[in-house]
Design a binder for this molecule. Structure first.
Ligand SMILES: [Fe+2]
Ligand SMILES: [Fe+2]
Length: 290
């Protein structure tokens, strides 16, 4: 915690395998530790095909970041072997088994001074909740069941009143700026339930195009880009630095500059934070809500 601020590096969609941009990966390893981080978040799609070698490279990357700041990782749609149990016909566990071997819990929770960071699961592969009428969505789209948003809301309700509440999952909450696609099936219901969790900010990825926005005028959303060659329209890759203070969530984009092989500070956004519940203090003449 830097003063009364929480600083989180938010990266996603590394896609270790044939598409990973190794110069960017190496730059992240040296640059992120210089940013005064309270935590690092990887919002899924560590691999391209959920292969052992891809996960092993991602595991080594995570181990190089972990000494510099606590790290939270959630799986993306590329990280699960959905074909081993489509529609969960052979049970749910086997499609996550390989990911969990390397990264453990599918829904990790990280408590640090001044913040609680909660991972949620939006990646289910070919599952009833993720299916839409668009065949392109099969095994790509995610969803957020009510059981997940209820679980997250309960964790946030038990957290210290002043703690920043950060929710992490893979699929983009807002439409992609280029793709215009939503990451989540049944997103209107998801939006309502996300606001009700009490989160200050959602950290997500999946669209391969960075973004910063808000749901319901209350919940900030940080969407990180990709560090693979599969960016939207050949755009430069972007990761986000998310800073939470008592009044706002700040989302700073860092854009990859191939000529200097460095990440450069780029667009920045700030969203008012609803903040902890207001307290009532006793003053002469009666109580005054502050
Ligand atoms: Fe991805
Ligand atoms: Fe994805």
């Amino acid at each position: 915690m830097s003063g009364d601020r929480i600083v989180i590096a938010h990266v996603s969609d590394l896609h270790f395998g044939g598409y990973a941009e190794l110069r960017q990966i190496e730059a992240l390893e040296t640059f992120l530790p210089t940013l005064g981080l309270d935590a690092t978040v990887i919002a899924g799609d560590l691999s391209q095909r959920a292969r052992h070698g891809e996960f092993q490279a991602a595991h080594a990357f995570a181990n190089r970041l972990r000494p510099h700041a606590p790290l939270l990782i959630v799986p993306g749609n590329h990280d699960i072997e959905w074909w081993k149990s489509p529609l969960d016909l052979l049970g749910r566990e086997r499609k996550y088994r390989k990911y969990s071997r390397y990264f453990g819990n599918l829904t990790p929770v990280l408590e640090i001074p001044g913040a609680i960071i909660v991972g949620a699961l939006s990646s289910y592969g070919v599952a009833m909740g993720s299916l839409t009428w668009n065949l392109r969505d099969v095994a790509v789209k995610g969803h957020l069941p009510a059981s997940e948003t209820d679980r997250v809301a309960a964790i946030f309700a038990d957290a210290p009143r002043t703690a920043a509440r950060v929710l992490v999952f893979h699929h983009n909450v807002l439409p992609g700026a280029t793709s215009r696609r939503m990451g989540l099936a049944r997103w209107k219901s998801a939006h309502r339930r996300l606001v009700a969790t009490g989160a200050d900010v959602v950290l997500c990825g999946h669209d391969h195009h960075e973004g910063a926005g808000q749901v319901g005028g209350a919940l900030a959303v940080s969407t990180s880009g990709t560090h693979s060659s599969r960016t939207r329209g050949g755009r430069a890759s972007v990761f986000n630095l998310v800073t939470i203070d008592s009044s706002a969530v700040h989302i700073q984009h860092f854009r990859w500059e191939p000529s200097t092989r460095q990440f450069q500070r780029s667009d920045a956004f700030a969203f008012a934070r609803a903040g902890p519940p207001k307290v009532t203090v006793s003053v002469a003449g009666g109580d005054q809500g502050l």
